[in-house]
Design a protein around this ligand. Structure first.
Ligand code: HDE
Length: 681
């Protein structure tokens, strides 16, 4: 009865192949396969006459077009997906029987979709928002979906509040705005009235909410899940994704500008990285707590507004995900992919986190409407790479042709085939947790501390990160019209940190909080982005060139930058060839109009001979913007003079050198640091 089922990292790609259609060098046909002879003019009664109903090609083409749209996701509408593989480093056999987590070296295919939460599909890439981080592991035992976010906690503790929360953050119903923003009355009104959100709001006000790149953010499963091993022993588990490039963010002023200059900034960044072979990588980490230690914490591990400090429960790195293939078709793959936290494999199970429990219902339900019926599991992107058989039948768009007489269980006619598998044969068995309680609609007492971890988060931040949080609160609440809401939020912040609340109060025209303060002194260094990996790899550098540039200097610098795996982009006042003083020609691929400084990680001003005032003015704008966003700036030769005019040469992260070799070493160090916060801005 057992079906041979070998899965490797290519299994999904091979499965998708028969579904791909290449229309190049083919005749145009109708969907019925009929070759079409005319696709520009509809069938008319006379060349100036009315169009005829008889024109089946026109009708088919127009009807299909009229029905091209499906509802966007009610949350996480704006997404970006890519294929890849997961490789296991370390066997998890002592903890889970999940087959893809047994043998080090095992590789399986994955598909990951990143998303923003609040904005609609056509919004922009860097709002202040949570990012979705959903991965489908195509395992030999079925799909395991890790449907997480880039922040480890959530706004609410019970799924029943999710519709309220989302209604509050989405555009307000009477005006239809603001788009993709939490900076408005209903969002903050919800927060003030639902103070379990305190911890998550700190994350949302932090730099985590405005990532520089999807490749440079962490992922978290958020909820407590369960691992169950062969002996039936259970451990609680939290999942983490750790980006190899470190965790890096934009600054708010920059993010707002990027959203206008290039609303696709994050998606283009990851798409191009994959096309360039700079495959983004994340290591998978697990925090494990034996079942018997469930109550050893000063918070409830079922509460999704709490994280497990990494210093208390270490993150064991067990494998790596590499995204190495962009989709062929965004609709077919990224849009139609259907994730579900309830898609698990034997050895992975749930906890009673009430947020997780509610999610187990919501995802299938929403997909029924979004994907138009119960057969979305048949869509190529959603199919498991292992066989699937059951007695479910029919429905809109059904593709499988189930043969045989019976579609029910139990039966005699087909000897009960398909039949349930025993646990030994790989049948899923729900963990037999003992549950004993009254039916009750209430919040557990153990879920009532909303502020300790919010304070711990604040305590863990560096001074710069704290300043950003204070500024983010001041901006967001500054956009709230209703003074009473502003006041309530400030009074709430006071329970997290009194000084923070006072500073925000002063900025937003409300009185200082009357009570507050916290005696929590704990901090968790792992929460600060300052303690992350810093690398120059794959960063984008704007190189400013003018006619008559110093040939050797510029050539050596550009080669040096490439050697360190950064991407220099030559910018000038016009596109096309720019000539050096000794005749070297270098192509400018962007202009001051198309190459805005917010789109780059660093600036290198080479300049040229006798640059016009107009040129210097444009470069000065680039210098000022790059400077105020704390990004690295470098110059040699003529460029140094422009930096001098802007008064930045003595500032941190600004490198000026006459010798190209010295320049590159120092400049690359400055680039690798990403930001130079101790500037006089
Ligand atoms: Fe989701 N969430 N969610 N969510 N979620 C959806 O499912 C929901 C929550 C997350 O790229 C929806 O297919 C409820 C937490 C991601 O396709 C919907 C609750 C976390 C994605 C839904 C939550 C997430 C979704 C909308 C409260 C992090 C995008 C479209 C109990 C652990 C997946 C869809 C993708 C999408 C419901 C809270 C992550 C409506 C009811 C917490 C990454 O079913």
């Amino acid at each position: 009865m057992s079906e041979e089922n070998k899965v490797n990292e290519n299994s999904k790609n091979e499965q998708l192949e028969p579904f791909r259609s290449d229309d190049r060098d083919k005749h145009l046909t109708t969907n019925q396969g009929l070759k079409v002879s005319e696709d520009e003019f509809s069938l008319k009664a006379g060349s100036r006459g009315p169009t005829l109903m008889e024109d089946f090609h026109f009708r088919e083409k127009m009807t299909h077009f009229d029905h091209e749209r499906i509802p966007e996701r009610v949350v996480h509408a704006r997404g970006y997906g890519a294929h890849g593989e997961f490789e296991l480093y370390e066997s998890m056999k002592p903890y889970t029987k999940a087959k893809f987590l047994q043998q080090p070296g095992t590789k399986i295919p994955v598909f990951t979709r990143f998303s923003t939460v609040a904005g609609s599909k056509g919004s922009f890439d860097i709002p202040r928002d949570v990012r979705g981080f959903a991965t489908k592991f195509y395992t030999e035992e079925g799909n395991f979906d890790l449907v997480g976010n880039n922040m480890p906690v959530f706004f609410i503790q019970d799924a029943i509040k999710f519709p309220d929360f989302i209604h509050a953050v989405k555009p307000e119903p009477d005006t239809g705005y603001p788009q993709a923003a939490s900076a408005h009355d209903t969002f903050w009104d919800f927060i003030a009235n639902n103070q379990e959100s305190a911890h998550m709001v700190m994350w949302l006000m932090s730099d985590r909410a405005i990532p520089r790149s999807l490749r440079m953010m962490e992922g978290f499963g958020v909820h407590t899940f369960r691992f169950v091993n062969d002996e039936g022993k259970s451990h609680f588990v939290k999942f983490h994704w750790k980006p190899k490039l470190g965790i890096h963010s934009t600054v708010w002023d920059e993010a707002q500008k990027v959203n206008g200059k290039n609303p696709d900034f994050n998606r283009q960044d990851i798409h191009e990285s994959i096309e360039n072979g700079d495959y983004p990588e994340w290591e998978l980490g697990v925090q494990l707590v034996p079942e018997e230690d469930e109550f050893k914490f000063d918070f409830d591990i079922l509460d999704p507004t709490k994280l497990w400090p990494e210093e208390d429960v270490p993150v064991n790195i067990i494998g790596k995900m590499t995204l190495n293939r962009n989709v062929d078709n965004v609709f077919a793959e990224t849009e139609q992919v259907a994730f579900h936290p309830g898609s698990v494999v034997p050895g992975i199970d749930f906890s009673n986190d009430p947020l997780l429990q509610g999610r187990l219902f919501s995802y299938t339900d929403t997909q029924l409407i979004r994907l138009g019926g119960p057969n979305f599991h048949e869509l190529p992107i959603n199919r498991p790479v292992c066989p699937f058989h059951n007695n479910q039948r029919d429905g809109y768009g059904r593709q499988t042709i189930n043969v045989g007489k019976t579609s029910y269980h139990l039966n005699s006619i087909s000897s009960n085939m398909p039949s349930p598998a025993s646990v030994e044969e790989g049948g899923y068995e729900h963990y037999q947790e003992k549950v004993d309680g009254l039916k009750i609609q209430a919040r557990s007492e153990s879920f009532k501390d909303h502020f300790s971890q919010a304070t711990m988060f604040w305590n863990s931040m560096s001074d710069v990160e704290k300043q950003h949080i204070q500024e983010a609160f001041s901006f967001e609440l500054g956009m709230v019209n209703d003074r009473a809401i502003r006041q309530q939020v400030v009074d709430m912040i006071a329970h997290i940190h009194l000084e923070l609340a006072k500073e925000v109060a002063a900025n937003i025209g409300v009185r200082e909080p009357l009570t507050g303060g916290s005696n929590v002194t704990k901090s968790s260094p792992a929460l600060s982005q300052m303690n992350t990996v810093h690398k120059a790899d794959t960063l984008k550098i704007a190189v400013i060139l003018d006619e008559g540039f110093n040939d050797t200097e510029v050539e050596t610098a550009i080669q040096g930058l490439k050697k360190f795996h950064t991407y220099p982009t030559v910018i000038s006042s016009k596109l096309g060839k720019i000539k050096g003083e000794n005749g070297t020609e270098i192509e400018a691929v962007a202009t001051f109009d198309t190459g805005d400084p917010v789109l780059f990680d660093a600036l290198y001003v080479a300049g040229g001979k006798n640059s016009s005032n107009g040129f210097v003015k444009k470069v000065s704008y680039m210098v000022q913007e790059t400077f105020k966003h704390f990004k690295p700036i470098g110059a040699m030769g003529a460029g140094i003079e422009i930096l001098r005019k802007n008064g930045v040469t003595e500032e941190p992260g600004v490198i000026t050198e006459d010798k190209a070799e010295n320049f590159i070493t120092k400049y690359i160090d400055a680039v690798a640091a990403h930001r130079h916060w101790n500037r006089n801005v």
